[in-house]
Write a protein that binds this ligand. Sequence first.
Ligand code: AMP
Ligand code: ZN
Length: 149
Amino acid sequence: MSGCIFCRIVGGDAPATKIFEDDLLVAFLDIRPITRGHTLVIPKSHAADLDELDPALGARLFAFGHRLAKAVRRGELGADGANLVINDGRAAFQTVHHVHLHVVPRWKGDTLTFAKGFVLRRPHDPERTAAAIRAGLDRLADEEEETTA
Ligand code: AMP
Ligand code: ZN
């Protein structure tokens, strides 16, 4: 959809530090992260909110958010958990009207840094952070392969 910043990212017309892409989804770092590794997962096709989103695509969106939540626990990021959030509609503080799932890595005892990050929203070495998450996804895939072998 013209004028939608996330559609422009999907089309390669706006910059983003991408983590993952397939035929239906793109995941990229939030430009104003709350914590290091704060990632957004979006459907490639424009849907303004959950009312417009195909449920099967919503399930795919969550499935990849689930993988990301596991990936950030692995490797350099070493998170202890994550907040997965969809702000659906203006009433819920949605500001970009193309559905997106926030995956916000969390660490034990990070309440103060989380609160600071919520106010400052400064990027943390995006290329290195993206590489760490991709490495976490690779590690997850290796683990899955080992358990099915
Ligand atoms: P919300 O709509 O409130 O759920 O959040 C929108 C999120 O999109 C915010 O966390 C923004 O920092 C993020 N955002 C807005 N524009 C961009 C962009 N061009 N690239 C990456 N993240 C963005
Ligand atoms: Zn869009």
